[in-house]
Each structure stands twice: as C-alpha cells, then as structure tokens.
Design a protein around this ligand. Structure first.
Ligand code: ASP
Ligand code: MG
Length: 424
C-alpha cells in the first residue's frame, strides 16, 4: 500500500461543485488501495478577501490576529471537503495545521516550520480514514499562537507533511497540467515538461514561474521527496520534480534548456556617481540589508577615469522600492553619490536548463534571438544553469516567445490548457 499526499490549491476547491469533484478524486485514490492525506488551500480568492476585510477594520492589523483570520480560509475548505467525502460514503477527518503537528517559529505572516509531529494524522490513517489538513498554517512552539507560512504556503505544508510521514509522492494539484516550458498564456505552444530536477525547478520558482512555492521545492529537495505537479481538472500525467531526471535508464535525453521564466514584479534602482573608493558598495548594500530588502541583480560599471565615479544598478521587488529609496537618500551625503534613478517598467526573462553546463553557445543564441526580436538588454546575470536578462516591461512577451523558439521548445500543436481561474 502506498501513502499518497495530495494538495489542492484554491482554484481546485473554488466552489461546492469543485469540492465535490475533488472529493471523488480523493475517494478513488483511497479505493485504489492507498492511504491518502490531503492538504487544502482556501477556496478561490478567500485569502485575498479576508485580507481586504482586515484592512477595512484596521490599516495595520496585529500579526497574531491576522494569522488567526487568514487560517480560517483553509479551515472552511478542509471541513467542506471532509463533508463531501463523507457524503460519498468514505470516512474523512479534518485537522487544522496545529492538530496535524505543524510546529513553527513565532514569526506571524511568514513562519518557518521547525518540526512536524503528525501523530494524529497517523492515527487517522491507521483507522482507515482519509486525513484532510488545512494548509499554510501551524502553531508556534513557544508562544502557542497560530501562525501562517506566507502566501502560497500550502505547497510547503504538503511537502513537509509528506516528508514527515514518509510518503511515496506528494501530488500538487493546480489548474494547469504541470510545469510548462513557458507560461502558456504568453506562449500558446509551450510544452509540458515530463520530468525536471529540483535545482532547475528552484531556479524557475525564483525567476517568477508561479507554479510551485520556492520553499516547498527546497523542502522536497532536502528530503528527496518526488513532487508530481498535475491538474485537478484532468487525469493527465503532469510534471515530476525529482533529484535526477536524466539518470541512466531514463527514457529522456537532457534538454539544453528546460524552460523560459519571466517576472514583472521587480524594479531597478541606479545609484548614480558613486565615488570609486573602497567600502562604498558595502555601505550601500549594508543600508539595504538593514532595511531587510532582498536584492536580485547587481551591475557596477567601470568608473570613468575623468570623474573617478561609477554607477551601481540593482533590482529588487517593486513592493520594497519606497523603503529602499528612502534608506538610500539618508546615506546620500555620507556616501557622496550624485543621485538616484528609479524604473519600475522592467521585466526579467530567464533561461533555465541544467544542460547549459555542458553546451557552449547558449548565451549567444539567446542574445541573438532577443536582438532579432528587437529587444534591448538592460542587465544580465547568470548562474551555472540560468541566464537572466532585464528588459523593458513591454518587451517581456516578445522576449519570452523569441527565446522559446530559438531553443526549439515550441510544441507542434497546442498542449497547454489553463482550466481554472487565477487562484492556486
Ligand atoms: N491560501 C493561501 C494563499 O492564498 C495559501 C495557499 O494558497 O497556499 O496564499
Ligand atoms: Mg491561494
């Protein structure tokens, strides 16, 4: 008998009809002879609606109370799903994150899981029951308060529970048939990726591909737990995320490029005329670190001999730019730079593939494709298995399509179907 952990995102449990359909799928998995543990997200856009409601009563709600409120979303779906399963004649028990043994630190809004002690889930399974767990939440070890794991955190709950229970697979159900070589909304001929490595998936998630939560992939890699990303609206095989998809005996040859990701959520700040002296860059980035701002790409130009000054540009989440600009203004005099420039009309396009380690010329092909599409490159950064460029936001779609085509990723016919809405 296998132990299967299934996670259903918001779009898969958006209304009563969806919940009934998901219940059927769960019961079928159970009847096929598996032990089943299910993690659910809040229905549709519930989390956003609860956040709006909180805002209406208080501009700055206390973290403890906000977490208490938001976790209600997942509680609604877990109870309804357990009822729908009972209605099909099978036995299910719903559990909050706390009851399921998801122990976290005490940081409200972005708590980290520090332990998982799923004895009540085991007990339910031993009694032949299907266990339904509310995703995205836990309980703090020291304050005993209810916490949330950050937006999209149900994926992480699923993988953490699957690892703690020693599950054979963690199935993540969403509204597309898996991970695609590009966003099918931009590239209709994007292909489903049958198998992909943890490291490539991590790069994709970090570069704006919205399919899996970054922390959930990190967790799965740590415990070597296979993830199967698939649609709850079809029975098609999805994408397997595993340690080594191209090992000996694999039917697949390693592609040079696995996919093209894009991200429109970053902005660019340029610190103009920084004196070319030891310690200046350190002062600038220390200030940003103290303001808890995560920097992505950094470019420093060679200083102009005539002035002895240089420009430093970096990208950051657009949401953090006001904080960053304010922090930098405060040190303008001390550091002695001339001015700040700000641009939020940018986008990042990234090419990801473990195969680029052993294939020269990937950068040349990528940049020629962008040039032929008339796209100007503003910044570049690379890792061993990724090349990212910053371009004008209006050029993102064209850049993604051009890169996708240049690396022969286009399918002959349209494969991708986006079934659900916007919820996950
Ligand atoms: N409901 C939460 C959110 O919308 C958690 C999740 O969906 O994974 O962020
Ligand atoms: Mg959600």
């Amino acid at each position: 008998m296998a132990l299967v952990v299934q996670k259903y995102g918001g779009s898969s449990v958006a209304d009563a009809a969806c919940i009934k359909r998901v219940a059927q799928r769960i019961v079928a998995t159970k009847k096929a002879g598996n032990d089943v543990v299910v993690i659910v997200s809040a229905m549709g856009d519930t989390t956003d609606e609860l956040l709006e409601l909180a805002e209406q009563v208080s501009p700055l709600p206390p973290g403890r109370e906000l977490d208490m409120l938001l976790t209600a979303g997942e509680r609604i779906s877990m109870a309804l799903l357990a009822m729908a399963i009972a209605n099909l004649g099978s036995e299910a028990r719903s559990f909050t994150g706390s009851q399921a043994g998801v122990i976290t630190d005490s940081t409200h809004g972005k708590a980290r899981i520090i332990d998982v002690t799923p004895s009540r889930i085991r007990e339910a399974l031993d009694n032949g029951q299907i266990a339904i767990v509310a995703g995205f939440q836990g309980v703090s070890q020291d304050t005993k308060d209810i916490t949330t794991l950050g937006r999209g955190g149900s994926d992480t709950t699923a993988v953490a529970l699957a690892a703690a229970l020693g599950a054979d697979v963690c199935e993540i159900y969403t509204d597309v048939d898996g991970i695609f070589t590009a966003d099918p909304r931009i590239v209709p001929t994007a292909r489903r990726i049958p198998k992909i490595s943890y490291e490539e998936t991590l790069e994709m998630a970090a570069c704006g591909a919205k399919i899996l939560h970054l922390r959930c992939v990190e967790y799965a890699r740590r415990f070597n737990l296979p993830i199967h990303v698939r649609s709850s609206f079809s029975t098609k095989e999805g994408t397997w995320v595993v340690a080594d998809p191209y090992n000996e005996g694999s039917e697949m040859e390693q592609p040079i490029i696995s996919g093209v990701a894009h991200d429109r959520s970053e902005a660019k700040i340029t610190v103009v005329g920084v004196p070319d002296k030891v310690g200046e860059a350190a002062a600038i980035f220390k200030t940003l670190a103290d303001a808890e701002i995560n920097i992505d790409m950094i470019v420093q130009n060679v200083s102009a001999a005539a002035t002895g000054r240089t420009d430093i540009s970096f990208t950051l989440p657009t949401a953090d730019s006001h904080t960053a600009l304010a922090a930098l203004k405060k040190i303008q005099e001390a550091v002695g730079f001339e001015s700040l420039q700000y641009d939020d009309q940018i986008g990042k396009v990234s090419l990801i593939g473990a195969g680029m380690r052993s294939h020269p010329g990937v950068t040349a092909t990528f940049f020629s494709a962008l040039a032929n599409a008339g796209v100007n490159i503003e910044m570049i950064s690379t890792s061993e298995i990724r090349i990212s460029v910053i371009v004008a936001q209006g050029d993102v779609d064209a850049a993604v399509a051009a890169a996708h085509k240049a690396f022969d990723l286009d399918a002959d016919q349209v494969e991708a179907v986006v079934y659900g809405g916007t919820g996950r």
